[in-house]
Write a protein that binds this ligand. Sequence first.
Ligand code: BTN
Length: 242
Amino acid sequence: RSILYYDEVESTNTVAHSLVLEGAAEGTLVIAEHQTSGRGRMGRKWYSPKGKGLWMSLVLKPRIPLQLAPQLTLLVAVALCRSIRKLTAIDAGIKWPNDLLVDGKKISGILLESSADEEKLQHVIAGVGISVNLDPDDFPEEIKDVATSLSIQAGSKIDRAELLCQFLLELEGLYELYQEQGFAPIKMLWEALNVSIGCTVRQQSNKGLIEGIAEGIDDHGALVVRLADGTLTKWYSSNVEF
Ligand code: BTN
């Protein structure tokens, strides 16, 4: 498979999308030192300073129905969390659906973008951003209190190439496991690494703000939430606040 390495791009997800249109194969990886318009979820910006992180997008072509695509976000989160824990002593945890937290602060985010044809998934671009060697002063004011980096947490610089290798190894192993055995083994690993279950969660709905306690995830990767009146509901949207 090919790894395409760029000095500067707008967004590795955008580059990966164009490559898919040109026929890029599953496993193609786009990685850049710097993104000028890194994207986060819900139209947010993703801050991607030069040489300080891993900003990358992986092309996947899983043969699964569209509604199971969220499972892949959880799979990528497990691979990320395991690679960070293997390479550093950092106690990273997964916040549903796609954030990695250390000490309650965000260290990494995942942005899955997919295209589908009649409910059949065509391809998925798994965009991953890891704040590896950012210093406290590197973060913009508005995210200073909620974001951190691996080097801040570890107290020393982290080798980005080593982390990338470890992440790809973990991801490959989990992706094979997923294709052979489905979501069940991934779900178990996710449950062991998550920091969401038991938390109070909120979501805006057309009836106003709804609040509940996260009880777990279901077989599709949706968040199972117990509402104040005791009923259980499932949240698919990632528009959930913790
Ligand atoms: C989020 O937490 O909101 C998701 C952040 C995803 C950031 C990565 S960095 C590489 C890839 N390219 C992008 O433009 N975004 C993703």
